[in-house]
Design a protein around this ligand. Structure first.
Ligand code: CP
Ligand code: NVA
Length: 305
């Protein structure tokens, strides 16, 4: 059966842990110089309707590292830009490639491609979710913290966006405490929050005050204040989100070993100060590297079954 990765809702705890366990092995093997060929002769098609540095290059590297090949298509290069139906695109692409990696706007676009594709469809970011990113972020947390994930308090500060929604899903599935500090009107998706709270074994809480949120946190996450597609709101958001900047003053109210995550790209001195991003508590560069290892793990799992 074709298994897609469109949303973390579709996976249980052990399946999510397995992506990370395998990525940690692949990372170690990469360091030891082990070469892989298990996807030789296979091709992924990458349909990207939004820009990307990390996700694009790390998926391409991941596929090449497994011996496979990549066809990258920006939206303007395909007939999607001239309104070819998604269901037609999905069926045609399935005849040419062995998996599709898709970055787009609405989650229904990925869901519809997955409904019609006969090859695995992997969500490389939508307005609602960024599942592959959260898997590499949790892999990074596992590397830097010596406590099990279930004993950690993870905090999100800023916009209740695609990353926040996916952290909420992960908290429910993997069983860790999650607190989100967001301005009024910029909370995460309420249906996702309610479903996650109903399934969770640890508290998932949305609050206003970032200082209160990070007081006993082990990990704090930040992300841009305006996501791709929200450029018209960027100026208004600058003012609204100012109290949510992750800076030295905020970190001073947290634990000394608080770890700072940023999925990148970062807007220095907006959501995070240069001092914090470049400082010893921030592991953004490891997160970026881990995207490649987690993408190898995902491609292997979905393309080899
Ligand atoms: N973190 C992330 O998804 O970065 P890109 O937009 O560069 O892919
Ligand atoms: N929330 C951001 C994440 C970028 C990786 C966006 O959607 O633009």
């Amino acid at each position: 059966m074709t298994t897609h990765l469109v949303s973390l809702w579709d996976f249980n705890k052990s399946e999510l842990q397995a992506y990370i366990d395998r990525a940690l092995v692949l990372k170690k093997e990469a360091g030891d110089g082990v070469r892989h060929q298990q996807l030789a002769g296979k091709t992924i098609g990458m349909i990207f309707e939004k820009p990307s540095t990390r996700t694009r290059v790390s998926f391409e590297s991941a596929m090449y590292n497994l011996g496979g090949q990549v066809i990258y298509l920006s939206s303007k290069d395909t007939q999607l830009s001239r309104n070819e139906p998604l269901k037609d695109m999905a069926r045609v692409m399935s005849r040419y490639v062995d998996a599709l990696v898709v970055r787009t706007f609405g989650q229904p676009i990925v869901d519809e491609l997955a409904a019609y594709a006969t090859v695995p469809v992997i969500n490389a970011l939508t307005d609602l979710f960024h599942p592959c990113q959260i898997l590499s972020d949790i892999m990074t947390v596992r590397e830097v913290k010596d406590k099990p994930l279930e004993e950690l308090h993870i905090v999100w500060i800023g916009d209740g966006n695609n990353m926040a929604n996916t952290w909420i899903q992960a908290a429910a599935k993997l069983g860790f405490k999650l607190t989100l500090a967001c301005p009024e009107g910029y909370e995460p998706d309420n249906d996702i929050l309610k479903r996650a709270q109903a399934e969770a074994t640890k508290p998932i809480t949305v609050m206003r005050d970032p200082r209160e949120a990070i007081r006993d946190a082990d990990v704090v996450n930040c992300d841009v204040w305006s996501s791709m597609g929200q450029e018209a709101e960027a100026e208004e958001r600058l003012g609204i989100f100012q109290p949510y900047q992750v800076n030295g003053t905020l970190l001073a109210g947290g634990k000394p070993d608080l770890t700072v995550l940023h999925c990148l790209p970062a807007h220095r001195d907006e959501e995070i100060t240069d001092e914090v991003l470049e400082g010893p508590q921030c592991v953004a560069w490891d997160q970026a590297e881990n995207k490649m290892h987690i993408h190898m793990s995902i491609l292997e799992k979905h393309m080899l079954g």
